[in-house]
Design a protein around this ligand. Structure first.
Ligand SMILES: *Cc1c(COP(=O)(O)O)cnc(C)c1O
Length: 354
């Protein structure tokens, strides 16, 4: 039966795939819910989005996404608490960042209501797809890309905004060994590193493959000028703990303004954990590893929340991180996930009820 939620038309799938899904053994982003939000940009305006059955899309071979890479995305999660209430985490931050990314790639920005009301309508229709098992969540992938035709190297005249969702288990990468990159760069001054552009990921894959061949799981990106300063851990922001101080680099053209990153900074401050937002050099980290003051390194992002780093390689030498009984990584991850899943107070107002 079709319906309208928040002025958004809902076209229901005729059948559901939900009974084929093993909710006790969910991987990350492998199975997709019954519906998706779809919204087209045509004749100079975004049309009202619709919730439609999850379906494949057909594009003209000359669609500009294929040639000129106009594509941006977001990553978010919805959680179900013990009372089956549904929560998002700082969703307006994702909406704003999607438009910041779009603007940089000359993609038309979306109205807030299309994003927020569209997302809420989609979550209402696919509510049963939101897992409530500890550590599980519904991973949400909003994205915008150029569908307009033509080989001319200019912005497309048509675009598609889609939100699709995937019930996912805990994203557990295990402890990773990382390589401090000295040749390749993820981003550059004046570039698109601050945007969540698909192409930023494409550019990371090859250097990461090379690191994997050398026995590392991930690359630590350094500044593109001299590879002197630590910038990000793969597609996550990075935190480094020296003695009891937590350090992360300032956001810039080159460093993505992660929502997990800024939540960790606020949370740490409120718990009297010393935090410094400043440039941190590879040299400082290597020195700290040598003199024993380097306590922890971890990545921060929506998928894993916090992903601890076990050790790093730099100029042919491997450095191990100490094994601590109590880590900031574990503590902060619990604090954030407890807020996200409505298990604790939310003094920051980050939780958003759907
Ligand atoms: C998405 C992303 C992050 C993490 O951002 P969150 O908002 O915390 O998920 C960090 N760095 C890069 C390069 C990213 O693409």
């Amino acid at each position: 039966m079709n319906a309208i939620i928040n002025d958004i038309e809902i076209i229901k799938a005729k059948t559901t795939k939900i009974n084929e899904v093993d909710f006790d053994n969910l991987k990350f982003g492998q199975v997709f819910s019954d519906h998706m939000l779809e919204c087209n940009y045509k004749n100079g305006a975004w049309e009202v989005p619709k919730v439609v059955p999850y379906h494949a899309i057909t594009l003209d071979p000359s669609a500009k996404i294929f040639h000129y890479g106009q594509s941006v995305f977001e990553g978010m999660k919805a959680y179900k608490d013990a009372n089956n209430e549904v929560w998002l985490f700082r969703p307006l931050e994702n909406f704003k960042r999607l438009n910041i990314s779009s603007k940089r790639l000359a993609i038309p920005e979306l109205p807030e209501a299309y994003f927020m009301d569209g997302l809420k309508a989609l979550l209402e229709v696919d509510k049963d797809w939101i897992p409530n098992k500890e550590g599980s969540s519904l991973y949400i992938r909003p994205f915008v890309f150029a569908t307009g035709k033509g080989f001319h190297a200019s912005p497309a005249d048509e675009y598609k905004f889609i939100i699709s969702t995937a019930p996912s288990g805990a994203y557990f990468a295990g402890k990773v060994k990382v390589l401090i990159e000295q040749t390749y760069s993820r981003s550059a001054n004046g570039g698109v590193g601050y945007a969540k552009a698909g192409g930023n990921y494409a550019g990371q894959f090859y250097p990461t493959q090379l690191a994997v061949e050398k026995g590392y799981q991930q690359v630590i990106w350094t500044d593109d000028t001299n590879h002197e300063y630590i910038e990000e851990a793969g597609a996550m922001n990075i935190f480094i703990r020296i003695n009891d101080t937590l350090i992360t680099g300032p956001t810039s053209d080159r460093i993505l303004d992660g929502i997990t990153r800024k939540s960790i900074i606020d949370l740490a401050k409120s718990e009297n954990i010393p935090v410094e937002v400043r440039k941190i050099s590879v040299k400082e980290v290597v020195e700290a590893a040598k003199n024993g003051s380097l306590k922890e390194m971890f990545g921060a992002g929506t998928a894993a929340v916090i992903s601890p780093i076990d050790g790093f390689g730099y100029q042919g030498t491997d450095y191990d991180l100490p094994k601590l009984d109590k880590t900031y990584a574990e503590y902060l991850k619990k604090r954030i996930t407890d807020i996200q899943t409505n298990k604790s107070e939310d003094p920051f107002g980050w939780r958003y009820k759907v």
